[in-house]
Design a protein around this ligand. Structure first.
Ligand code: ZN
Length: 193
């Protein structure tokens, strides 16, 4: 087992073999971790929000749901989920997110940058990064379709466990967006079993 820790507002990329488990832990509570993945053998196959939501018939994916690729192949199965609320609608926060939504034009760390900088090691370019599975992110949809970003429901030590269903390249962050993390940036733990 490899146990690792992402410092606040950072990211990483690593390989995960088929049948290995990835456990993502909210070490302090109310902290989002963005996850993306690509097929190890062909990185034009990637984790698809649209396919996964379509086949699960819900936007709230949790225990026993499968996360699919753009080619409709299972990439992950969610084996355990102590939180039960994650987002798969929204893109990883990017420098433009902070300019457009937060009106913040100063340099700001972002999941998008933390993903592409780390995925570059695997020759995955920034434009290839799809909508991320935003672990612990709490997005409510109003009756009129309005989205509300609420504090994560995750408490310190709670986790989600995903099983890789193919050999993968995985990108993972400790999210950098104020609103998604109840205004405080914390670490994210992860284990490969
Ligand atoms: Zn983020």
């Amino acid at each position: 087992m490899t146990k690792s820790r992402l410092e606040p507002q950072t990211g990483t990329a690593f390989e995960l073999k088929a049948r290995q488990l990835l456990r993502v832990i909210d070490l302090e509570g109310e902290q989002v971790a963005d996850l993306t993945a690509f097929a190890r053998g062909d990185t034009t196959e990637w984790l698809s929000s649209g396919r996964s939501i379509d086949y699960a018939n819900t936007i709230y994916l949790t225990k026993s749901h499968i996360l699919y690729s753009n080619r409709s192949q299972p990439m992950f199965t969610i084996l355990e989920d102590e939180v039960g609320r994650h987002d798969f609608l929204l893109t990883p926060c990017s420098p433009e997110t902070f300019q457009i939504i937060y009106d913040n034009h100063e340099p700001h760390p972002s999941c998008f940058e933390n993903l592409w900088r780390n995925l570059a090691e695997f020759d995955i370019p920034p434009d290839a990064i799809p909508t991320t599975f935003n672990i612990f992110m709490n997005v409510e949809v109003g009756p009129d379709g309005t989205l509300k970003i609420l504090p994560p429901r995750s408490k310190a030590g709670e986790s989600i466990t995903l099983r890789a269903e193919m050999d993968l390249i995985v990108g993972l962050t400790a999210c950098s967006a104020e609103l998604s993390n109840n205004g405080r940036f914390k670490s994210i733990g992860y284990e490969i079993l």
